[in-house]
Unconditional design. Structure first.
Length: 178
């Protein structure tokens, strides 16, 4: 297993610890800082594994499948915990999760037709803003609430934009064409 794939596995392994510390932070404020560090480290592995894989031509089928899955598990787990902590409306998380299911299904249909749908910059921006939003919501500093809210709305907008661009750029998949 190469280094980028190991980083992806580390990201997935950090998720249960991040979730536990975040959910327990409601009863112990200091635990939120541990959750924050775990989330930031996990998020940084996302950027690092992709950079290393591209720079050193270490792209594998495992990485193509597991890297985006690890991102989804990390971000969605964080958002679900933040619903529990009362920091994000559930309807926003539902839209974000629905987008992930739609794109995953879309990619599955494409793969069955021999088409690989690569991530585009809208999807990368979406993930970045979701991660920033989660960080701001974990920190939960009242003076940053406006910034947190703006970031949440940008993340939601990018979620919708990336969905529309993926589908419109690959509409032949829905028509069953190659």
């Amino acid at each position: 297993m190469n280094l980028p794939n190991k980083l992806t596995v580390v990201r997935m392994a950090l998720v249960p610890f991040f979730v536990a510390f975040l959910l327990l932070s409601g009863s112990n404020e200091s635990l939120k800082w541990i959750a924050l560090v775990l989330f930031i480290v996990a998020s940084l592995t996302d950027f690092l594994d992709g950079y290393i894989a591209r720079k050193y031509n270490l792209i594998t089928n495992f990485g193509k499948f597991m890297d985006p899955l690890a991102d989804k598990i990390l971000t969605i787990s964080g958002m679900i915990c933040l619903i529990e902590l009362g920091r994000i409306p559930s309807w926003i998380v539902i839209i974000i999760v629905a987008r992930e299911f739609i794109i995953s299904g879309f990619r599955l249909i494409a793969a069955e037709n021999g088409i690989v749908i690569a991530a585009n910059y809208w999807g990368k921006f979406k993930t970045t803003f979701q991660m920033i939003m989660i960080i701001l919501m974990i920190v939960n500093i009242p003076q940053l609430q406006i910034l947190t809210d703006i970031t949440m709305w940008i993340a939601l907008a990018l979620t919708i934009i990336s969905l529309v661009t993926y589908i419109s750029a690959n509409k032949q998949v829905l028509a069953g064409e190659k």
